[in-house]
Design a protein around this ligand. Structure first.
Ligand code: NAD
Length: 247
């Protein structure tokens, strides 16, 4: 059987790099996309220096044209794409009363407009071929308003969960499923870099399971949702938050 193909955005580091590695281990050909091209090229080469099963793609998720170009690249290189993981995201914490129009727009563009464009471009392609899987990486912040990440980020992630439902409903009859994963704080570099050590201790103490989340496990969930067998999981938001938010 020919290998399935996935595009992972924000794959240069953090969760995206873990997700890309996990899909590769699961036997996928992996397109690793990021705005940080040198870094993402390093991860792609580490997976497969020959380029046969992993390739780096320059992609700014705020650009719909970049998504279209990435799709073309993968179709030309490997003959198609089966899965999109909209993982890229970013935020800079600013108190809610101080967020400027520019700061708001930037965070919305990277975390929410990216999901719109990814689902439009790949959703249309998947619908036309009658199959496909989209996994959007949202956040606990999009469900509970967040604490450490900023109101603009929380609002964007809430919007990403809503867009997941809209695309899931619209594309379902054409063989395409769209789901979100909503992680709580993960044991990843960004968390250690952006949260001061003493504050992080308090954050961890407040998590019911008493520890940060595993990025590897979130990656396993993404692979599970990407499976051809996953046709009945659609429009869902998969919570992986240690019990911080239950519903
Ligand atoms: N780390 C956590 O605890 C946590 C929790 C919940 C959700 N998330 C979500 O997981 C995803 C990955 O986060 P992370 O923790 O790995 O962050 P990170 O900052 O370590 O990595 C984000 C990656 O996205 C890339 N990126 C940023 N802007 C981009 C753009 N415009 N176009 C393309 N790529 C861009 C960066 O270059 C980087 O490689 C994000 O959507 C984030 O919101 C993370």
């Amino acid at each position: 059987m020919s290998k399935r193909i996935v595009l992972v955005t924000g794959a240069a580091r953090g969760l995206g790099a873990v997700v890309a590695r996990r899909f590769h281990q699961a036997g996928y050909r992996v397109g690793l996309a990021d705005i940080a091209f040198d870094e993402v090229q390093g991860v792609a080469r580490e997976l497969d220096a020959s380029g046969d099963t992993a390739c780096a793609i320059r992609l700014d998720v705020t650009s719909k044209a970049d998504f279209a170009a990435a799709l073309d690249t993968l179709v030309q290189r490997w003959g198609g794409v089966d899965v999109l993981v909209n993982n890229a995201g970013a935020s800079k914490v600013v108190p809610v009363m101080d967020i400027t129009a520019e700061q708001f727009d930037l965070v919305i563009d990277v975390n929410l407009r990216s999901v719109l464009f990814g689902c439009q471009v790949f959703g249309q392609y998947f619908a036309d071929r009658g199959e496909g899987r989209i996994v959007n990486v949202a956040s606990l912040a999009g469900q509970n308003g967040g604490s450490a990440t900023g109101a603009h980020y929380a609002a964007a992630k809430g919007g990403a969960i809503t867009l997941t439902k809209v695309f899931a409903r619209d594309l379902a009859a054409r063989g395409v499923t769209v789901n979100a994963i909503s992680p709580g704080p993960l044991d990843l570099p960004i968390v250690h870099e952006s949260v001061p050590a003493d504050k992080l201790k308090t954050v961890i103490a407040g998590i019911p399971v008493g520890r940060l989340g595993s990025a590897q496990y979130v990656a396993d969930v993404a692979v599970l949702l990407a499976s051809p067998d996953a046709y009945f999981a659609n429009g869902a938001c998969w919570d992986v938050n240690g019990g911080l938010y239950m519903r």
